[in-house]
Design a protein around this ligand. Sequence first.
Ligand code: GLC
Length: 437
Amino acid sequence: MKKELYKKAIAILDANFQEGGFTIPSAGLYPFQWKWDSGFIAIGFAHYDIEKAKTEMRTLLDAQWENGFIPHIVFHTENDSYFPGADFHQSELHPLSSKKYRSTGMTQPPVSGFVLQEMYRIAEDKDDMLHFIKEEIDKVFDNHVYFYKNRDPKDEGLVYIYHNWESGTDNSPVWDDIWKTMNPPEYTFVRKDTTHVDASQRPTKREYDHYLHLIDIAKEHNYDDAKIAELSPFLVQDPLFNAMLIKSNRALIELYELIGGHEDKIATLSQWQLKSIKSFNDKLFDAALGAYVHYDLRNEEPIRHITSSSFSPLFAHIPSEERAQVLVKTMMEKFGGEDKYLCASFDPTDDRFNPRKYWRGPVWINMNWMLFRGLRSNGYTDLAERIKIDSLELIQQYGFYEYFDCRRDTGDKNQTGYGGNNFSWSAALYIDMVNTD
Ligand code: GLC
């Protein structure tokens, strides 16, 4: 069974790999290249086809803008099965956008740094991989320069996101209060996602109006970062996004040390690192909730809900030992009941929890992968093992879906996975988890 699933995971990744040198997350639903998907996908490829892993990252980094920005979607092909596409986003409005690829004008969690390090860990031929990393690493460094220069208006060491799609956790209930502060126009458009997936698992039309309106505001100002920081009604310091940046800073430091030289870059990264970790702990930890939370920078208030992102700082070694203990306690009390798979994307004890809906409750394999790694490296081996077993069991029972119900028993005899099937990062991270003892 395990062997069969492993083969299936490989078959999914290979089938989703495209001629242009990138991998789609899921046929039909997501027909282009997504930034953080590509990173997770490269980790999967690295286990059995190192050249594809390199190609995936090379293509993503090739779409970098002249200011260091890396977009969330790269539109390699004309494909009208996805909305909103290249014509809506109009990345060409930004003077420094890529002249080679059309893309969105927003980004996604900065995974590239730690992905390069994972590729090095997995690669058998270390010299060859280091050669590849030498070619690409400065692009990732430039991406971090972009973040600290443009996304940290108060110079806190914490970067903001200006759109929920930048978070990666697109439809989280965390954004609900922000939507209440906005009153976007009613857009007329044809949704494509609900032609591929049951509408009950996807955002509402009104939620889409908010998403489109945020893009329109950015477009009115040609995606100028300073204007976005000044005007966007959505401006959030996200714990997952910042934890990924900190994890990737550390990876870049270690990779530059391996390469040798680059003292100036290492010094810059180390300074960012100190400041970011301190601010992260001072500002984003909510002692009463026992977890890290999002901060609404536009309205100057914490967003006090617990999500799977609340635990992601473990992966970047941000919490102290005591704080890690508090996080684990919160996770076990609220998310870890025996009737549930770990780890729900949203607090199951919160009124806004919905176990079937996109980021409002279901389990996602990429989040589980991070928590598995984070718990293990913080010494929580048993809990890490449970997350791994839960992830493998979900995939074994339901297939390589995009997301899964966190309830072990939903009362439905035909219980299934949700969202897109043959989903690339579920396959890629399955491969990686199976290969990690
Ligand atoms: C969804 C997810 C996002 C992911 C994309 C492609 O939009 O919310 O995190 O990158 O799908 O898989």
